[in-house]
Design a protein around this ligand. Structure first.
Ligand code: ATP
Ligand code: MG
Length: 385
């Protein structure tokens, strides 16, 4: 079976694979890039596995005129930069206990050990530089069935790394069969260790949640997370209740993970998650507006069309009522509207706190009147000649 994808023919990727094979080593694309190519969905980054040791990778890169950065040398990862693109090259690691520190093992045995350390069978798929699929664990069958299955015993794999709990739900949301349900044994292992999620760094948890909630329909995965107690350890008080309705209202449009996060509710987002500055600001604006009764036109004016839509949809999901008729046009109208009054118009008649208060009153009136009053009408409303 052949893996096809533009990334495989990309000269930058081929340069990195080629420098390794030219040195007499094996080089394979692995993980997400192979999985996504087989599913026909976009590939974000190309990870490479090799039997060359990290020092050798650095050496070969230098000889090939490529920059090598030891980004994760502790796990055997070197980032090789080719044509401005970074490729994570990770050396096979085999179990030194069973193979002995200096034992030479066959490529096949090495590859199997590399696969065995990966989290899910669908992530343990490899492609040779010419696209030939290498599938040491039978991951292709699980991928075709869209079944997220741990490599080995779920409970043992989760005990090695509790982030895998979240990754299990994340990959189900992204690539699982929404009708198929989740693996029962894995779910009970997740439930058993859910409290350990609190020991993970907020960065890692947030990165997984961002991907999970950005999936086209994360509702079944999040419902399962709530059911086995995982959701409450990520975000105390959060519930999966409104999410299915929200996804339905969204009508298949992608993006908007903050709107989905807002619908989960719960407390202490700043404490439990590590949002970017922009996300923190947008999330606060969505949440604050959810606490108001502002109509779509006002939301468009105050927040712009994007965040305004987030609020309209999130509110509709939480109240289980369809968004008001014409809400999109109202949002757009609001986003275009410009408040016609400036402080100068009211000075010197009004000054200081009275000025601010008058402007707010005029703005509220202008919003209530659907942006109709012009400058003169607003001055008359305030009683300012
Ligand atoms: P994405 O498209 O989200 O990047 P990905 O499969 O590439 O998906 P990454 O988090 O980039 O996911 O990880 C790359 C690969 O490394 C995975 O496919 C998997 O084989 C392995 N991997 C990553 N994290 C873990 C983990 N916590 N435990 C075991 N294997 C992991
Ligand atoms: Mg990746």
């Amino acid at each position: 079976m052949k893996v096809t994808g533009a990334w495989l023919n990309d000269p930058n990727a081929q340069a990195v694979l080629g420098m390794l094979t030219a040195g007499g080593f094996h080089a394979l694309a692995v993980g997400g890039c192979v999985r996504n190519a087989l599913l026909g969905v976009p590939v974000t980054d190309v990870d490479i596995a090799t039997d060359a040791l990290p020092e050798t990778v650095i050496d070969l890169a230098q000889k090939a005129g490529l920059r090598a950065v030891p980004t994760g040398i502790a796990h055997g990862t070197v980032t090789v930069v080719s044509g401005g693109e970074g490729f994570e090259v990770t050396s096979f690691r085999h179990d030194e206990e069973s193979f002995g520190r200096h034992a030479r093992v066959s490529f096949g045995a090495d590859l199997k050990q590399d696969a065995a350390r990966r989290d899910f069978t669908m992530n343990a798929l490899y492609a040779q530089p010419d696209g030939t699929l290498v599938d040491p664990l039978g991951g292709i069958r699980d991928l075709q069935a869209r079944r997220v299955r741990f490599v080995g015993e779920a409970e043992a794999r989760i005990r090695e790394d509790y982030l895998r709990i979240l990754r299990f739900f994340r990959f189900h949301a992204q690539y699982g069969d929404p009708e198929g349900g989740l693996d029962a044994e894995a779910l009970s292992a997740c439930a058993l260790h859910s409290a350990r999620l609190e020991t993970l760094s907020r960065e890692r948890v947030t990165a997984e949640m961002r991907k999970l909630l950005s999936a086209r329909d994360p509702a079944p995965a999040v419902a399962a997370m709530a059911q086995c107690g995982v959701l409450g350890h990520i975000l105390p008080g959060a519930t999966a209740r409104g999410l299915g309705v929200l996804v339905h209202l969204e009508g298949g449009q992608a993006g908007g993970w903050l709107r989905r996060l807002a619908v989960l509710g719960g407390e202490g987002h700043a404490e439990h998650l590590r949002l970017t500055k922009a996300e923190t600001r947008d999330f606060a604006r969505i949440r604050d507006a959810l606490g108001t009764m502002d109509a779509p036109a006002s939301l468009g004016y105050r927040l712009g069309e994007g965040l305004g839509a987030d609020v309209v949809l999130a509110r509709a999901a939480l109240f289980e009522t369809p968004p008001p008729d014409g809400w999109q046009a109202d949002l757009a109208r609001g986003a275009r509207a410009r408040f016609p009054l400036t402080p100068r118009d009211l000075m010197p008649a009004l000054q200081g706190p009275a000025l601010g208060e008058a402007l707010r009153r005029a703005e509220a009136h202008w919003l209530a009147q659907g942006f109709a009053p012009d400058r003169a009408a607003l001055m008359a409303f305030l009683g300012v000649a």
